[in-house]
Ligand binder design. Structure first.
Ligand code: ADP
Ligand code: MG
Length: 414
């Protein structure tokens, strides 16, 4: 019989230290504990890991987790082990594979993380047959779809493996909510249509502001001065990152560090650790920064130029305010940003041109709108939001304050 709600609440508290579920976590966990295959679509930071980690400790047998990146697996592994969960990875990078396999067969693992390419290996299937499996979790499940932005052919090999264990429930997880991709995930992984759970994408505690850029340094300095808590500033290039970090440190007297892929790995690791531990630091970074970083009290995210897409904007701004406290997301855009992005379109392969152009147009739509930013964002993710949110620049200062003709002229000249 599935565990009682009391037993679930006890594990949630004792193993993870949480006093309650967030959003749809409860629904997802409940389905999984009842053996029902599920597709959970939850935004980044919503707490997808818990929806398989909690069943992993409660169910008989190991939860096998498919994850696309070894770096992500190791992050997960660390945090699972910190909670006392018996977890291991089985990847080409691991030297203790023999030990892991023994533990798995002996039923001593709650969680086993694997890369999708394992799925096609016959000896891996034999290994699974020799152990007891309680759940298959497929993380970043949009990788299974050619419609997704991140197609991984290896994910297509999962179906035959999953089908070899018809009694084991499947839990697919993703933050990508696009309509085609959803349907494709269900079909590719054999999950029933009524097994889909979609979480709200709204982040009501984030205040969205999008402004034309006139003097980037002055504008960003003002954001930094208005927001004493930890913050991230995204800049488009490594050179801009270095330059902004230096000028901001001088101009504001705050602790400001740079982060981009051109820095030595040990400097990057050090700066990241300092940021995570800090209560008032500012990180100036390229988009290389943020993936897998777990800092709940980021108070502001500023964009010194346009992000790549609405999805990118949502992801990057979503790093603010994970603790639910009021936070701000401020973007400064210039017509030249769009001009450069359009220029780059001419360099991409023809078969991707249409979707890339569409991405840019959607982003321009968000930037240009005089309507509620949140409504535009949420509609993009398939939701039907209220017309006004009361917590974005356009709702707080309805048109008239911004010089619309000036904005329009800048866009036209792009
Ligand atoms: P996702 O994979 O959806 O991006 P994660 O699983 O990495 O999100 O979780 C994001 C953060 O939320 C983690 O710090 C996690 O510990 C925290 N978290 C998850 N569930 C809860 C909960 N029920 N209560 C409080 N914090 C939670
Ligand atoms: Mg995750």
């Amino acid at each position: 019989a599935p565990p009682t709600p009391d037993a679930v609440a006890k594990s949630l508290h004792d193993v993870f230290g949480f006093n309650g579920f967030r959003g749809v976590q409860n629904q997802v966990v409940d389905r999984v504990l009842h053996g029902q295959s599920t597709l959970a679509i939850m935004p980044t930071g919503a707490g997808k890991s818990l929806t398989y980690q909690l069943p992993a400790v409660m169910l008989q047998g190991t939860c096998v987790v498919v994850s696309p990146l070894i770096a992500l697996m190791h992050d997960q592994l660390r945090s699972a082990r910190a909670n006392g969960i018996r977890a291991a990875t089985l990847t080409s990078a691991d030297t203790d594979r023999g030990q892991t396999m023994d533990a798995f067969r002996a039923g001593e693992l709650d969680l086993l993380y694997i890369a999708p390419e394992r799925a096609s290996q016959s000896h891996f299937r034999e290994l699974l047959m020799s152990a007891r499996i309680g759940l298959f979790a497929i993380d970043e499940a949009h990788c299974v779809s050619e419609w997704g932005h991140d197609f991984r052919p290896d994910y297509r090999l999962l179906r035959p493996l999953l089908d070899a264990f018809p009694q084991v429930p499947r839990l697919a997880l993703t933050a990508t909510a696009d309509h085609h991709t959803r349907a494709d995930i269900l079909a590719q992984l054999g999950i029933p249509e009524d097994g889909m759970i979609i979480a709200g994408f709204d982040r009501p505690n984030i205040r969205y502001t999008i402004q034309p850029r006139d003097n980037a340094m002055r504008q960003i300095k003002a954001v930094v001065e208005d927001n004493p808590g930890p913050g991230i500033i995204y800049a488009p290039t490594r050179a801009r990152v270095e330059q902004l970090a230096e000028s901001l440190a001088t101009a504001t007297g705050r602790r400001v560090l740079p982060y981009h892929a051109g820095l030595p790995p040990e400097v990057r690791a050090r700066n990241q650790a300092a940021f995570v531990a800090s209560e008032d630091m500012v990180m100036v970074a390229t988009v290389a920064f943020g993936m897998g970083i777990d800092k709940p009290d980021v108070r502001f995210v500023a964009h010194a130029g346009i992000p790549k897409s609405i999805e990118g904007y949502y992801q990057e701004t979503g790093r603010a305010g994970r603790d639910g406290d009021p936070s701000v997301a401020v973007m400064f855009w210039g017509a030249d940003d769009f001009a450069r992005a359009r220029q780059r379109l001419s360099e991409i392969e023809p078969h991707r041109l249409q979707s890339e152009r569409q991405r840019l147009d959607s982003l321009a739509g968000l930037v240009e709108t005089a309507a509620c930013r949140r409504a535009v964002l949420l509609r993009h993710f398939g939701e039907q939001p209220a017309e006004t949110c009361g917590n974005c620049d356009n709702c707080i200062n309805p048109v008239g304050v911004v010089d619309v003709t000036d904005v329009a002229r800048k866009l036209l000249s792009a």
